[in-house]
Design a protein around this ligand. Structure first.
Ligand SMILES: Nc1ncnc2c1ncn2[C@@H]1O[C@H](COP(=O)(O)OP(=O)(O)OP(=O)(O)O)[C@@H](O)[C@H]1O
Ligand SMILES: [Mg+2]
Length: 238
């Protein structure tokens, strides 16, 4: 398991310090994040908003332990993800224990039904499916997916797909929610359902949402914009 530094040392839920991330494409190296710092407290609601390609999704995947950084330190819920000796397996355990991730493109498993996709984190965390059946059906009903529970992802609409991805991230009721553009390309109904759920979760969980949706902005304690590989604070009345 990821080492747990002494609680006093890291009082933030997420504490990223001096992070640099580059990607190599052929012979070219692009620097997406440069000396990035980001902190948020437990149960804080943060939004990251900004231009395409500025590194928003990359930041979420770094916080979720899915992407390794070139330099800097990443502490999430008192787990040091940048520890040199950390293994993929311990990162996977960290993710399935603490993180609910809604990917920008959903990433449902094509061969599993909506219901099975929602229960996937339960199986990955090796918990008993029976304990989560009722919660799964409650979430499916809340997000108007109960009639689609036995459909494969290919058979459902874009809005239904995104709602399935959203509730899959909630099934284990994780401490940290990382949500990438939950309402982009959604109809009014889906957007409202997702915003209502975010309102309920606000102050209860640590939440980081990447979004351009100004309807979500009032929920945020802080809004950040990537500028030259770093995050700067956005004034809400701008
Ligand atoms: N695995 C990868 N390999 C190579 N380049 C990558 C990889 N992931 C991201 N990038 C590049 O890093 C930059 C930042 O990507 P990222 O997906 O974080 O942007 P974003 O701010 O989320 O954009 P969008 O608003 O379009 O979703 C982009 O130029 C992208 O092409
Ligand atoms: Mg993105």
């Amino acid at each position: 398991m990821v080492s747990k530094p002494n609680e006093e040392e890291f009082s933030f839920a997420v504490d990223i310090s001096n992070v640099t991330k580059t990607f190599k494409i052929g012979k070219t190296t692009i620097t997406v994040l440069k000396n990035l710092d980001f902190q948020c407290h437990e149960n804080e609601f943060s939004i990251i908003s900004g231009p395409s390609g500025s590194g928003k999704s990359t930041i979420l995947t770094i916080i979720g332990g899915l992407t390794r950084v070139d330099e800097g330190s990443v502490n999430v819920l008192n787990h040091l993800l940048t520890e040199e000796s950390i293994t993929e397996e311990s990162l996977a355990i960290f993710r399935s224990t603490y993180v609910g991730f809604v990917f920008q493109t959903g990433h449902l498993i094509d061969s599993l039904t909506v219901y099975e996709n929602v229960l996937l984190p339960v199986n990955l965390a090796q918990r008993d499916e029976m304990d989560y059946k009722e919660r799964a059906w409650d979430l499916l009903r809340e997000f108007r997916l109960e009639d689609r529970a036995h459909s494969l992802p290919i058979m459902i609409s874009g809005g239904e797909y995104q709602r399935t991805a959203f509730i899959r991230a909630l099934i284990l009721d994780p401490d940290l929610l990382l949500i990438d553009e939950p309402t982009s390309n959604q109809d009014k109904n889906t957007t409202e359902t997702i915003i209502k759920k975010l309102e309920k979760l606000k102050g209860q969980r640590t939440i980081i949402v990447v979004t351009h949706d100004r309807e979500i902005y009032p929920l945020a304690d802080n809004i950040y914009i990537p500028v030259d590989g770093r995050l700067s604070l956005y004034q809400m009345d701008e």
